[in-house]
Design a protein around this ligand. Structure first.
Ligand code: CTP
Ligand code: MG
Length: 230
C-alpha cells in the first residue's frame, strides 16, 4: 500500500532567530525544505506530497516545488494553522483517500533517509501506527525548583522524531477528537495514544535525523550535507 505524506513547513522558526522561516533558509545552496522534499520525491511508495505552508509563503514554496519536482509528481500545497497540530489537520483534509497510509514529517528535518522511510513504511503496514526515534544518550534527571528529584532510568527513554506513520482514517479520527476537546498534543502519536487503542510501534531511526531548531543546528546540518556529498 502506497502512502501520502504531510510535509510541514508552516511554522515561524522563532527559535532559529533568523529573518525568515527556517525551512526556507539555505543549507549549502538549497533551502532546508528541499532536502526532505527530494527524499519523498525519490521514494516510489510515496504517491502524494501535501506541503503545508504559511499563507504568505505559498509563492516561495511553489517556486521551490517547481524547481525540484522535475517529474511532476503529485504535490498539493495547503495553508497551515497557528499550531503544528492544526497544520497537520489542514494537511489531512487534502488526503486523496483516508484509506491510505499517511506519514507526517517536519520540514525542519532535512536528513531523514530513504532507508528509514522504508523501515517505517513496512512497520506501519504491520501495526497501523509507527514512529521513528532513537534511544536517549544523555543521563536525564527530573528537576523541581532547581533541585534534582530523581535520575530517570534511561533504558526505556526514546527521543522521538518524524516521520510518524498511520492510516489516514485513524489519524483523522483522533485529530477530530482533539479538536473537539481543545487538546494540543506534542506530536501525532500522542493523539493516537490518548484517543485510540492502537499501540504505537517505535522504529529505530538515526541520530542524524535532527530537527533544525536553533542556530547551532545549522552548523551540524552543514557538516551532514558535506559528508553525504563525499
Ligand atoms: N509547523 C507547522 N505549523 C505550525 C508550527 C510548526 O507546520 N503552526 C512545522 C514547522 O514548519 C516545522 C515542524 O512543524 O517543520 C516542527 O516545528 P518546529 O521545529 O517547532 O518549527 P517552528 O514552529 O517553525 O519553530 P519555532 O517553534 O522555533 O518557532
Ligand atoms: Mg514550533
Amino acid at each position: 500500500l502506497d502512502y501520502e505524506v504531510i510535509l510541514l513547513g508552516a511554522g515561524q522558526g522563532k527559535r532559529m532567530g533568523a529573518s525568515r522561516n527556517k525551512i526556507l533558509l539555505h543549507l549549502i545552496g538549497k533551502p532546508v525544505i528541499s532536502y526532505s522534499l527530494n527524499t519523498f520525491l525519490n521514494d516510489p511508495a510515496c504517491k502524494h506530497i501535501i506541503l503545508v505552508t504559511q499563507e504568505d509563503e505559498q509563492d516561495l514554496l511553489a517556486a521551490v516545488v517547481k524547481k525540484e519536482n522535475k517529474k511532476k509528481h503529485p504535490i498539493t500545497i495547503v495553508s497551515g494553522g497557528s499550531e503544528r497540530q492544526y497544520s497537520v489537520f489542514n494537511g489531512l483534509k487534502a488526503l486523496l483517500d483516508p484509506k491510505n497510509i499517511v506519514m507526517v514529517h517536519d520540514g525542519a528535518r532535512p536528513f531523514v533517509s530513504l532507508a528509514q522511510l522504508k523501515l517505517l513504511h513496512r512497520k506501519v503496514q504491520e501495526t497501523r501506527a509507527a514512529i521513528l526515534g532513537v534511544p536517549v544518550k544523555d543521563t536525564i534527571k527530573r528537576v523541581v525548583d532547581g533541585i534534582v528529584e530523581e535520575t530517570v532510568p534511561r533504558e526505556t527513554l526514546w527521543q522521538v522524531q518524524t516521520p510518524q506513520a498511520f492510516y489516514g482514517a485513524d489519524l483523522l479520527a483522533v485529530h477530530v477528537r482533539a479538536q473537539q476537546e481543545h487538546y494540543l498534543g506534542t506530536d501525532d502519536a500522542s493523539l493516537i495514544e490518548k484517543y485510540s487503542d492502537l499501540p504505537v510501534s517505535m522504529v529505530l531511526g538515526s541520530y542524524e535525523n535532527i530537527k533544525l531548531t536553533t542556530p547551532e543546528d545549522m552548523l551540524i546540518g552543514e557538516a551532514i550535507v558535506k559528508r553525504r556529498r563525499n
